[in-house]
Design a protein around this ligand. Structure first.
Ligand code: DGY
Length: 325
């Protein structure tokens, strides 16, 4: 993927360790700015490396951070940074950049794609339409109504608000569970009702969309008790992080009809082991963590990461800096 060779490194550019690979067009952006050191080249350049470039995987662990004596900054090309050992960075005065906002719209779009695909059985429909043995279309195999139903959003932050805006077009009643309540003005503009009790949201919603950050407090926040409160006809969508969900409980809920279906852009781990039960369930629609995966959005994320790295190396204010671990 990377086109830098050891010979093309410029003495004027900072040396940045490439921990995650990037699309070739975006790789060019990185290489215009930095000497991108690949894992196979690391021994030769270890002492020169002042930054790590990473995406959501693989994790940036303490051992990696400790292995670069002159590291100044971790440029995390993602809004979520739970895969970066921020504490280990801060202990050495290493700054950490991340990329909020630029991906809000694309991620909300993808959440809707999953919700609609799961509700209206788009993947099944594609299979039936292509199947050589299909002789007539099965008109009694229904999906679920979306327009005019109730949507529950768990975690109404930047992406949650974008997701909520799109619900207006589907004439949905909106409930949200969040750390804080929005102003009356915002709530009215989104037809949104604050539900400080999660169960109240779960029992009323036809669609439950998870958009909370991954923190120790949100770990497995969706487990058996939560799925049991949901309507049997409801669909669960996760576009946040796999760790927020007790996956065994989700499998059980999908198997025994506690809930009707799920749309998952994220799992734990990613990818799932090939024999994982979630992969065998017909009422699950899966995508490979592609919430922000449009060229437009990823280009914005890479550019923001480049700006963050430059700012840190020059001792300036970063566009978006992680301030606490
Ligand atoms: C993020 O930025 O955290 C997304 O999950 C990946 O785009």
């Amino acid at each position: 993927m990377a086109s830098n060779s050891m010979n093309s490194f410029s003495p004027d550019k900072p040396f940045v360790y490439q921990h995650s690979i990037m699309h070739p067009e975006l790789q060019r952006l990185l290489e215009d700015n930095f000497n991108m050191v690949q894992p196979a080249q690391v021994e030769e350049y270890r002492d020169k490396i002042s930054a790590i470039f990473c995406f959501v995987a693989p994790p940036v662990r303490v051992e990696l951070i400790a292995s670069f004596p002159n590291l100044k900054v971790v440029g995390n090309c993602a809004v979520g940074y739970e895969h970066v050992d921020v504490k280990a960075c801060f202990e050495r005065g290493i700054r950490v950049g991340y990329t909020p906002n630029v991906l809000n719209a694309a991620t909300a779009d993808m959440g809707w794609a999953l919700l609609l695909a799961a509700a209206r059985r788009v993947v099944d429909g594609d299979k039936i339409s292509r199947d050589p043995s299909t002789e007539h279309f099965e008109l009694n195999s229904f999906g679920f109504q979306v327009s005019g139903t109730t949507l529950g959003i768990i975690g109404m932050g930047r992406i949650g608000l974008e997701f909520a805006k799109r619900a207006m077009g589907f004439d949905m009643k909106l409930l949200y569970y969040n750390r804080s309540k929005y102003s009356k003005e915002i709530e009215e503009s989104l037809n949104a009702t604050y539900t400080p009790n999660l169960d109240d949201l779960l029992c009323q919603s036809d669609y439950v969309v998870l958009l909370a950050p991954s923190t120790p407090e949100t770990h497995h926040m969706m487990s058996s008790p939560q799925f049991k409160v949901m309507k049997r006809s409801s669909i669960f969508v996760n576009i946040a992080r796999g760790k927020l969900v007790d996956q065994d409980a989700l499998v059980a809920a999908l198997r025994d009809g506690t809930i009707a279906g799920a749309g998952l852009d994220v799992t734990d781990p990613e990818p799932l082991p090939r024999d994982h039960p979630l992969l065998t369930l017909h009422n699950v629609t899966l995508t490979p963590h592609t919430g922000s995966a449009t060229l437009h959005t990823r280009a914005g994320m890479v550019q923001m990461t480049i700006n963050n790295i430059w700012a840190a190396l020059k001792g300036q204010e970063m566009v978006n800096e992680v301030k606490s671990s």
